[in-house]
Design a protein around this ligand. Structure first.
Ligand code: GLU
Length: 303
């Protein structure tokens, strides 16, 4: 008998502020992809970075998801409660000799880095040990230059040579907080996520995550990267770029806009439908292959 692997998806917001149109695109896309396949949809609160968080945002995000009818399965995983697990993962990498302390300050990194297409490339200054005048700051993981590739369900083949395109990357920051890359890999494995559906701004993070999955001996999920909602001048929508919170808006209005953004062609009447009718339509008609491959201005859909 072949073993049936259940679909498990997730939405992983960072509670840096209220949900806005851009975050709803990721929430709705991941939700519909999971529900259409009869799978589970989990929520993980990525509250790993207290200095960047807004008090009360995590609870407000969960309330908004409920109000929008985005009901999750199982319990919400809070990254803030998982330091022990991340520490154990880091020890595992360390025991394999894969992590090293980096003593470079931001200024030194900026001065020595080469600008790459994904940002400054760390040149491995501390790879062979700290210079005498340096104190350990961040912890970095060793990378290599064998291409790491995956086939994105929407964007197709993507490949990166991490060592030369990114450099050894941080797994524990100088302020001793665990880095997103480590936490996301540990938690996607812990929650047995089979498909990650998220914004295309994270596409080029995926090979780093696959690198860590291989080192930690955990499975690589499938990936689908959705178009990002941008401003008219092409910047990612965020609180900083003036995205309006959706917390006070009528769910049907926002959801129909999000479905249009994802090119699902919802009928006009759906704005006046009951929320459960709207979801029924959306789950039944969801087609990942119809989702646009390019980022789009949110304002085109927010009429
Ligand atoms: N917490 C990340 C964000 O809000 C998403 C991480 C992910 O989906 O892998 O941008």
């Amino acid at each position: 008998m072949s073993q049936h692997i259940e679909y498990r998806g997730r939405f992983a917001p960072s509670p840096t502020g209220a949900l806005h149109f851009g975050s709803m695109v990721a929430a709705v896309g991941s939700y519909l992809q999971a529900r259409q396949q009869g799978g589970r949809w989990l929520v993980r609160m990525e509250d790993l970075d207290p200095p960047r968080e807004t008090p009360g945002a995590a609870a407000a995000i969960l309330r908004a998801l409920e109000r929008f009818g985005l009901h999750w399965d199982e319990h919400v995983l809070y990254q803030s409660q998982r330091s022990e697990v991340y520490r154990t993962a880091l020890q595992g990498l360390s025991a394999q000799g894969r992590v090293y302390a980096c003593g470079c300050s931001r200024r030194e990194i900026a001065a020595n880095a080469i600008a790459g297409r994904y940002g400054p490339i760390y040149q491995g200054m501390c790879r062979d040990g700290l210079a005498k005048d340096k104190q350990p700051r961040a912890l970095r993981v060793l990378t290599h230059d064998t291409p790491i590739s995956f086939d994105d369900a929407l964007l197709g083949h993507f490949e990166q040579r991490i060592e030369s395109e990114i450099g050894d990357f941080v797994v524990r920051r100088a302020d001793r907080l665990f880095a997103y890359q480590l936490a996301v890999v540990v938690d996607d494995a812990e929650q047995h996520i089979t498909e990650v559906v998220r914004g295309a701004d994270l596409l080029d993070n995926t090979p780093r995550q696959i690198h860590l999955q291989r080192l930690l001996g955990v499975p690589t999920p499938r990936y689908a990267h959705l178009p990002v909602a941008v401003t008219v001048d092409g910047q990612k929508l965020s609180k900083q770029t003036g995205a309006a919170s959706i917390h006070e808006q009528r769910p049907q209005t926002v959801l129909v806009q999000v479905l249009r953004f994802l090119n699902q062609q919802p009928p006009r009447e759906l704005v006046d439908a009951q929320l459960d009718e709207l979801w029924h339509w959306a789950i039944t008609h969801w087609r990942l292959e119809q989702v646009p491959r390019k980022n789009q201005p949110a304002s085109l859909f927010q009429t």
